[in-house]
Design a protein around this ligand. Structure first.
Ligand code: KG4
Ligand code: ZN
Length: 400
């Protein structure tokens, strides 16, 4: 017999995401090391709190935290499915139970649900727990992290803290089975409710932030403009829907909107002036449906043009070979189509990666993938290092 047989051990990752208003838990199997591994999604559960937050017109951290605490165990149960076989009166070691109770001291309801789960479900076959450790809303991050730590204690596995934005990057290059083999340097344009960043990647986990917003994030601007137009939260999909109608009807411009920082000699962005311009344009006016469609289209055009031009500048300045669009706003059809058409035409040698729309917004599959990247590369952090990661919740991907 000739040849060398390489046996990869499969790793099973339980991942948890609670950085904002999605409670998500997944079970993902990785065969091989990151980024060459093949992945199988064994279970995926996601509860969106959008309907709850819509009433308030935005996400209140305290409300979001309460909802996460209520929903985590049901999502865990759903994600694990038959991987955690049901049983009766399984025993939990007294010391373990005491540790869980202490950890979840501020979430007594979650503790009770977890205890009930642990006494009725067998330990699943998992190798570690990956959890979003930031950036995000601090109270909601803590619920997820403490829950992850509790599971780690219960099942005696390590826990790894994951950067949410790195999750978005990996999600964008994941085809449901494999992570694309990128050519470096790569550039990630990360556009979400809390972030607008251009990240240069010289490799996986080698990140440098080369541009960022000086005020509002793109998603935040979408959400604020939507509110000005009386549209429900979250505004991104609503604006996008109206803009499409305005574009199809070829409506005349409602108002000429600025292109903030388009010609600044750097890679930074600013979106608050754009939102203010929309406010002045609509203030005190009775808006018809077509007015709203025209404004939504004007706003989407302005945002897209600025994002495209800044990204193009970065591509040229930095000799970029792969371009990645990620974060919740990358679900936007117009932005996706414009980037795809423009870069295919002007930069045919550049590979462009757009996330599967289902993985554009927050989810836990991306946290499993980014957790696998971390686990493949570094020693797993201890519970203590995870605590410092969360305490420093608002850091950028470039600080990794
Ligand atoms: O990544 P994400 O789910 O959560 C954060 O990490 O912030 O992004 C949420 C943001 C929200 O501001 C939402 O309005 C925006 O993504 N968004 C969109 C679209 N879908 C979601 N913005 C524009 N067009 C969309 N289709
Ligand atoms: Zn996100």
């Amino acid at each position: 017999m000739t040849g060398l047989y390489v046996y990869y051990t499969a790793m099973r990752i339980l991942s948890i995401e609670t950085s904002c208003d999605e409670t998500a838990v997944s079970l993902v199997e990785a065969n091989g090391d990151f980024p060459a591994a093949e992945y199988r999604i064994l279970g995926n559960a996601l509860f969106s709190q959008i309907d709850i937050h819509r009433e308030y017109g935005g996400v209140f951290p305290a409300v979001a935290k309460r909802e996460h605490a209520k929903t985590l165990v049901p999502m865990l149960e759903k994600a694990l499915g038959t991987e955690a076989a049901s049983g009766q009166n399984l025993s939990i070691d007294g010391k373990v139970l005491a540790a869980l109770q202490e950890l979840l001291e501020r979430e007594p309801g979650l503790f009770e649900q977890l205890k009930e789960f642990a006494t009725t479900h067998a330990r699943p076959d998992i190798d570690f727990v990956a959890v979003t450790a930031g950036p995000g809303l601090e109270p909601t991050l803590w619920v997820g992290v403490n829950f992850a730590k509790a599971l780690a204690i219960l099942w005696d596995v390590p826990v790894v803290g994951v950067n949410h934005m790195e999750g978005h990057v990996v999600a964008s290059v994941f085809d449901g089975n494999k992570v694309a083999s990128l050519q470096f340097p790569a550039l990630a344009l990360l556009i979400s409710g809390g972030h607008t960043e251009l990240i240069k990647m010289t490799g996986w986990q080698a990140y440098e932030r080369v541009g960022q917003t000086r005020d509002d994030a793109v998603g935040e601007a979408f959400d604020k403009v939507a509110r000005l137009l009386g549209l429900p939260y979250p505004g991104g999909p609503e604006i996008s829907r109206l803009a499409k109608l305005g574009r199809e009807a070829d409506l005349p411009p409602f108002h000429k909107l600025p292109r903030p920082m388009l010609d600044s000699n750097d890679l930074d962005f600013s979106f608050s002036g754009l939102k203010t311009a929309v406010r002045y344009a609509v203030e005190g006016k009775e808006l018809s449906e077509t007015d709203k469609q025209a404004i939504a289209r004007d706003f989407e055009d302005a945002v897209t043009e600025v994002l495209l031009k800044k990204t193009e500048k970065a591509v040229n300045d930095l000799g970029i070979k792969s371009l990645i669009l990620g974060g919740g706003v990358s679900a936007n059809r117009h932005i996706r189509d414009t980037f795809a058409a423009y870069f295919a035409r002007e930069y045919p040698d550049l590979s462009l990666y757009l996330p599967d729309p289902k993985l554009s917004t927050d989810n836990s599959i991306m946290i499993a993938l980014a957790g696998h990247a971390r686990a493949s590369q570094t020693l797993l952090p201890t519970l203590e290092t995870l605590t410092t990661i969360v305490a420093n919740g608002n850091r950028s991907l470039a600080d990794e």
